[in-house]
Design a protein around this ligand. Structure first.
Ligand SMILES: Nc1ncnc2c1ncn2[C@@H]1O[C@H](COP(=O)(O)OP(=O)(O)OP(=O)(O)O)[C@@H](O)[C@H]1O
Length: 318
């Protein structure tokens, strides 16, 4: 049985179509990434799957239970960790965990055992009796995640689990998610962070403006996009406007600067390498390094969603 089965989901807010005929499924034990820019429909999808919001049309099931008509059963084996911390600042970490466990109807003995185990796992045990108001953002996020899994769910929804966190919290959270996955838990995570999706997910759905534009493994997504093959080249002299000059060469689709290198997109990498050697010779340049790393998941994402690069970030065209 599938952990999640979504079929032809449509969600409208007035005249705005937030989800436009979205279908996908997630197998049990899978780590599934939902990747998309702001406003793509990620949170709307999670809200429908967790029974908080109703779809305009279409269906969704969690372990075979319809989320709209059989909400309690669908919610039973689910943990939810939202981006905005739902911890209570004037309670201690321990009290927050107890409160969350009570909401999930976890029995008293089991509650305490689980809380001790989670506090250790999330490196919060020493601070268990401190009020949360003194916690850093990363500690709060770790506690939120612990609260979301206190009922030992078979499926967890994570909305942007590591956004805005320091490196240490980020690593702890990723490690804890990986250990849940090893225990057989299914993970559905939304993220803007392409690298996070690449390292953590078995499969990734790319969603843009309410439409699923691709669902596949990170590796296949990279392989199938032939037109985003890339070459990275560095020259010993950057006094020439290489972006301008290289863009004029035939067979080159796009050029941008990445640190001290130039990243060139082409469908014909070996021909372009020959052309780069000739270019260097013509301008009396030395090629310091040249590599064909292949498309990154970010390249695929940019291509599929029609987003544009600006500096190191990604920005929507409109
Ligand atoms: N309650 C609501 N009323 C009206 N419009 C809404 C509501 N909730 C979401 N939307 C709109 O639906 C679209 C999808 O929003 P959603 O929050 O699902 O995007 P998202 O992919 O989670 O974005 P982000 O990464 O910024 O959280 C957006 O255009 C948003 O403005």
């Amino acid at each position: 049985m599938k952990a999640i089965e979504v079929s032809h989901l449509i969600k409208k807010f007035g005249s705005l179509t937030a989800l436009n005929d979205v279908s996908f499924s997630v197998g049990e034990g899978e780590t599934f990434g939902f990747l998309g820019p702001n406003g793509a429909g990620k949170t709307t999808t999670i809200r429908i799957l967790t029974g908080v919001s109703r779809p305009t049309s279409g269906t969704a099931t969690i372990f075979g239970h319809d989320v709209e008509h059989d909400t309690i059963a669908a919610r039973q084996s689910v943990g939810i960790v939202s981006e905005n911390s739902n911890v209570y600042d004037d309670l201690t970490a321990w009290q927050n965990l107890m409160f969350s466990a009570e909401l999930y109807h976890v029995g008293r003995k089991e509650r305490e055992k689980k809380a001790n185990e989670l506090l250790g796992k999330f490196e919060l045990y020493e601070r268990r009796n401190d009020k949360v108001q003194g916690f850093s953002k990363g500690m709060k996020r770790r506690l939120t995640l612990a609260m979301g899994v206190v009922n030992s769910p078979r499926l967890i929804f994570l909305d942007e689990p590591t956004s805005g966190l320091d490196v240490q919290s980020n690593l702890i959270i990723r490690e804890v998610i990986s250990s849940l996955v090893r225990e057989g838990v299914t993970v559905f995570l939304t993220t803007h962070n392409i690298e996070e999706a690449n390292v953590m997910c078995d499969r990734v759905a790319i969603i843009n403006k309410g439409n699923i534009v691709a669902v596949d493994t990170p590796e296949s997504l990279k392989r199938t996009i032939r037109s985003v093959q890339s070459i990275e080249v560095a020259f010993d002299n950057n006094s020439i406007d290489h972006i301008e000059e290289l863009s004029r060469l035939p067979m080159i689709n796009e050029v941008h600067k990445a640190g001290d290198k130039f990243k060139i997109f082409t469908e014909l990498p070996s021909e372009v390498i020959d052309a780069l050697v000739a270019y260097a010779h013509f301008h009396d340049l030395k090629i310091l390094s040249i590599a064909t790393p292949g498309p990154s998941l970010e390249d695929v994402f940019v291509r599929l969603t029609g987003l544009q690069r600006a500096g190191d970030g990604i920005h929507a065209i409109d």
